[in-house]
Design a protein around this ligand. Sequence first.
Ligand code: KIV
Length: 241
Amino acid sequence: MNQQKIACLTAYDYPTARLLEESGIDVILVGDSLGMVFLGHPDTTQVTLENIEYHLRAVRRATSRSILLADLPFGRADDIEDAVESSLRLQAAGADMIKVEGALIAQIKAIVAAGVPVMSHLGMLCQQILIEKKYTMKGKTPQDAARLLREAHALEEAGASALVLELVVPHLSAQMTRELTIPTIGIGSGPCCDGQILVFSDLVGLQPWFRPSFVKPKVDLATPLQAAVREYIREIKNEDI
Ligand code: KIV
């Protein structure tokens, strides 16, 4: 297959989204990583639908060419009716597509039937962190690999348009990519997916206090940013009163 791979990044604000869009990114995700990266929470579970709507509107203002993807936050996919209503709200706030964690087949069918395209998300599900306790690779045992493969096929059949694979062992994400007709988007899942996604601040080294092991930042933005702020402070302090 000679198709170009799909490049995806997160953004939660207008300037970042505008820079990404103008750089030619294919997909911008207003993800629930917002909670950790932007709001200072320890995990993604405190992000609300209103948080995603608020940031989505800002990102929408900067985005006309890239596909705009939004996360259905923690707890909003438990109930089918709520999942559909919340997805429609995100669509109204500007999302082209909704990302839903987990093999929630009935919810995916209902959201798609309501006219909202869905990107599913398997592997490490950050919204499960309070149960799982740590972020770990998935699909290591034959049983777990078989479960993930079954779920991936079921999600495709349910109408998902694409599938994020987070921390899935590379040979399994490669197998899924071969077997599925919908594109797979990897994060920490090896090079063989149809596309890749990263959290923007990880890519540009904006949060040196937290760096996932699979990320190799392209630049260290925190250092020049702090240098500029220190220079500014020095200049102010040296001015005569
Ligand atoms: O919220 C997010 O940023 C995500 C990516 C890690 C895929 O879901």
